[in-house]
Ligand binder design. Structure first.
Ligand SMILES: *Cc1c(COP(=O)(O)O)cnc(C)c1O
Length: 376
């Protein structure tokens, strides 16, 4: 049986967890948390990174930091995970869903201006499969209309747009270390702050609305309740696990890219014969090999292919069902039809991609997909 995903352990996770446990300090914001945060600050070239218990939590922090109030409008793609929207719904925002691009599932920047009203507060972009949205155009629109930009960079570790790391371009960004992502700690995330105006408050919100961090740095002589907040910081056990993964980022990425490229090579002829579409990486963007997907020509064909592979012990899975048509949101949706989103919801299929995917297993996946399309 070839699974869709298999979380990879580098070998040092339990060693570092043991170190954290033996240090006697296993609550949050300890040695491993600081090491991981410093790593991201350096890698992304940003002033502040705060580990969180999930990307969902980091997105919720973004919504609090932006002071989203009931009635504020937030624009985001409909082709995304529920957390992108929930974080803002929880603050009472009205979500304005945008369509995707035709060449990849990212938000279609050319449709944004039409969605902006005087209530719009922010644009949330999602770098689908770790491939950058068209950030120059998006930042320009945001600056013109004085809007904030949040990057949902859940899938976008170690990926770049015109040489800039994803997560360092918008005002705020959120990454995920859920076990389905390139680098994982079971559950986990990081909030990235690129705008000085949010730095001080981010730490307060992170520490339950207190100025505890400033107190321990000796910046204030007592600490107390100064703002809203919650318990967004992970324990040292999670941070220790994450550190073992981060130490191996380059190794993990090299292997994932190799697997991604092998899929792309192996399936190329199906694209040549117009039977499927393969992912396209725009010129200014890098590929971080978060995901390999193909686009079938219809929902029926995709369903048949999933079944065909399943019968051969291969797990391939579809992805997002559009949020604007979800049971939760459908009655609230009053916008236009989002054709590109519908198309990705119906036809996108993700293939097994994980560090320990064996060469012969991948060959088998490719062989079976080719066989399916030869028969049909
Ligand atoms: C995985 C993912 C999330 C949620 O991440 P968690 O760490 O599980 O909260 C949010 N947005 C996108 C686009 C994701 O892929």
């Amino acid at each position: 049986m070839i699974p869709f995903n298999k979380p990879y352990l580098t070998g040092n996770e339990t060693k570092y967890i043991e170190e954290a446990v033996n240090s006697g300090k296993i609550s949050g914001n300890g040695m491993f948390t600081k090491k991981c945060q410093a790593y991201f600050e350096k890698k992304l070239g940003v002033k502040k990174a705060l580990l969180t218990t999930s990307c969902t939590d980091a997105l919720e922090m973004c919504a609090i930091l932006l002071n989203i109030q009931p009635g504020d409008e937030v624009i985001m793609p409909s082709y995304t995970f529920v957390s992108t929207a929930n974080a803002f719904i929880l603050r009472g925002a009205k979500i304005i869903f945008a369509d995707s691009r035709k060449d990849n599932p990212n938000i279609d920047e050319s449709k944004l201006e039409d969605l902006i009203t005087n209530k719009t507060k922010a644009i949330v972009v999602v770098h689908y499969a770790g491939v950058a949205c068209e950030m120059d155009a998006i930042m320009k629109i945001a600056n013109t209309h004085k809007l904030y930009v949040v990057e949902d960079a859940a899938q976008a570790i170690d990926s770049y747009y015109k040489g800039k790391p994803l997560g360092s371009i918008g005002h705020l960004a959120a990454f995920s270390f859920h076990e389905t992502k390139n680098i994982q700690s079971g559950e986990g995330g990081v909030l990235v702050i690129n705008d000085d105006e949010f730095i001080e408050r981010s730490e307060i919100i992170w520490e339950k609305g207190t100025n505890r961090s400033a107190f321990f740095r000796g910046e204030v002589d007592k600490y107390g309740w100064v703002d809203v907040g919650s318990s967004f910081l992970p324990s040292e056990i999670i941070s220790a696990f994450l550190w073992a993964q981060l130490e191996n980022l380059d190794k993990i990425q090299a292997k994932r890219k190799q697997i991604w490229n092998a899929y792309n090579e192996g399936l190329k002829k199906l694209e040549k014969s117009n039977q499927v579409k393969l992912p396209t990486i725009p010129e200014n963007c890098t590929n971080n090999a978060h995901m390999y997907y193909l686009l079938c020509s219809s929902l029926q064909e995709r369903t048949a292919l999933i079944r065909f592979l399943k019968e051969r012990d291969i797990t391939a899975v579809f992805h997002y069902l559009s949020l604007h048509k979800s049971p939760f949101f459908n009655d609230m949706y009053e916008g236009k039809e989002l054709r590109a989103v519908e198309n990705y919801s119906d036809t996108l299929l993700r293939l097994p991609l994980y560090y320990e995917l064996e060469k012969e297993d991948q060959v088998l996946v490719i062989k079976n997909i080719l066989e399916f399309f030869n028969k049909n």
